[in-house]
Design a binder for this molecule. Structure first.
Ligand code: SF4
Length: 204
């Protein structure tokens, strides 16, 4: 079963256009400054078959594509993940797929999820390095690469490297948990966490 920490049916800050986003649960790394750390440690996730997850994508209206992040999406069961992504790719709406992974392209190429390189349109690869966060583009730090696996987004390549694509969306759940979508600017999360803790909220 695929482990889902969170999902949203419409996000505008993790790739071009309106996107359904899935944050998969769990990551074996422990990068300093990871904004998903509490989510990865929470043991709070839902399980889904590839088919049911795709049914959810089908229910998402007016989306250009999906983005998958985490956690580490490529540490999910590889057969199930690939099955899910193939279903998304065959969707009659022509959905695009953007993957955010801590693995590098070369590691993925040699690993059990290598097929994702044939299915996805964009891969943002490599571990997050806090000291290399330069507030630029749709990647957390400058060691990460934005790799165009298909020609889908080549005409708007510069969008992925712009400073102003570092936008975020904040949400609040009924249990006073604040959620954050997107790649925040350097230092933003630390400051937000501290301000929110003073008000009795938790950021995940
Ligand atoms: S690879 Fe990503 S999710 Fe995993 S610890 Fe590093 S920043 Fe967090």
């Amino acid at each position: 079963m695929l482990k889902i920490a969170r999902k949203t049916e419409c996000c505008k800050v993790l790739g071009p256009g309106n996107r359904a986003v899935i944050w998969f649960y769990g990551c074996s790394r422990n990068c300093d400054g990871c904004i998903a750390k509490s989510m990865n440690l929470s043991e709070d996730y839902a399980e889904s078959t590839p088919e049911d997850l795709y049914k959810w994508v089908l229910s998402c209206d007016k989306i250009e594509g999906i983005s998958i992040s985490g956690g580490e999406p490529l540490e999910q069961n590889s057969n199930e993940l690939i099955d899910f992504l193939r279903k998304v790719k065959s969707d009659s709406r022509g959905l695009s797929i953007v993957i955010f992974s801590g693995f590098t392209y070369k590691e993925i190429e040699k690993g059990p999820c290598k097929e994702v390189l044939e299915i996805a349109d964009v891969l943002v690869d490599g571990t997050y390095k806090k000291e290399l966060n330069d507030d630029t583009g749709l990647r957390g730090s400058s060691n990460q690469n934005i790799i165009f696996l298909s020609d889908r987004y080549l005409p708007i390549k510069e969008y992925f490297y712009k400073k102003d694509c570092r936008n975020i969306e904040l949400g609040i759940t009924l249990d006073n948990t604040i959620t954050i979508n997107g790649i925040p600017k350097k230092g933003f999360v630390e400051k937000l966490k501290s301000d929110l803790a003073n008000e009795g909220y938790e950021l995940i």
